[in-house]
Design a protein around this ligand. Structure first.
Ligand SMILES: [Zn+2]
Length: 158
């Protein structure tokens, strides 16, 4: 079972095989309102494929935040149609049933998904030569300097 985070809801789940450069990775694939989640039943997905480290508390659950998803579509794979999910820099290929259903769910979830994390926004702003935006505290709504790890007004962690 997927370890759900606060406010997270599973939207669609099913058996799937993630096609990877280092061999197929069978498991259960779940799309939530926050992330793509793979629970592997064998070897972990290779680090270069875009899946992060295992979710804290599990050894077989890997996530990709929806904010990294650009597009989902059904494409022709080596042995039949597959679900192709384009990330920022990578492409996932997933063998599963009900491709139109998955495309619809991933597309919908991505459209309504959470925004990019603030540290990612900051890095993007810095790369463009701009100035990183100040951080707004979600607790007391005051602004702190870019890169702060705590609110300078109330001390809440970012
Ligand atoms: Zn604060």
């Amino acid at each position: 079972m997927v370890l759900l985070q606060s406010g997270e809801t599973p939207l669609k789940s099913g058996n799937a095989v993630v096609l990877s450069g280092m061999g197929p990775r069978p498991g259960v694939f779940t799309v939530t309102n926050m992330a793509l989640v793979l629970e592997t039943s064998g070897a972990p997905p290779p680090p270069g494929d875009g899946w992060g480290p295992p979710t804290t508390g599990t050894t077989n659950e890997y996530r990709i935040g929806l904010w990294r998803v650009r597009q989902a579509q059904s494409v022709a794979g080596p042995s039949g149609p597959v679900l192709q999910i384009n990330l920022m820099k990578r492409v996932l290929m997933i063998q599963t049933d009900d491709l139109p259903g998955w495309v619809r769910v991933v597309t919908e979830a991505q459209a309504h998904g959470p925004p990019r994390p603030p540290e990612v926004e900051e890095r993007r702003a810095m790369k463009k030569g701009g100035v990183a935006p100040p951080r707004r505290c979600t607790y007391c709504t005051q602004l702190s300097p870019p890169g702060s790890i705590k609110c300078v007004s109330c001390g809440a962690s970012f």
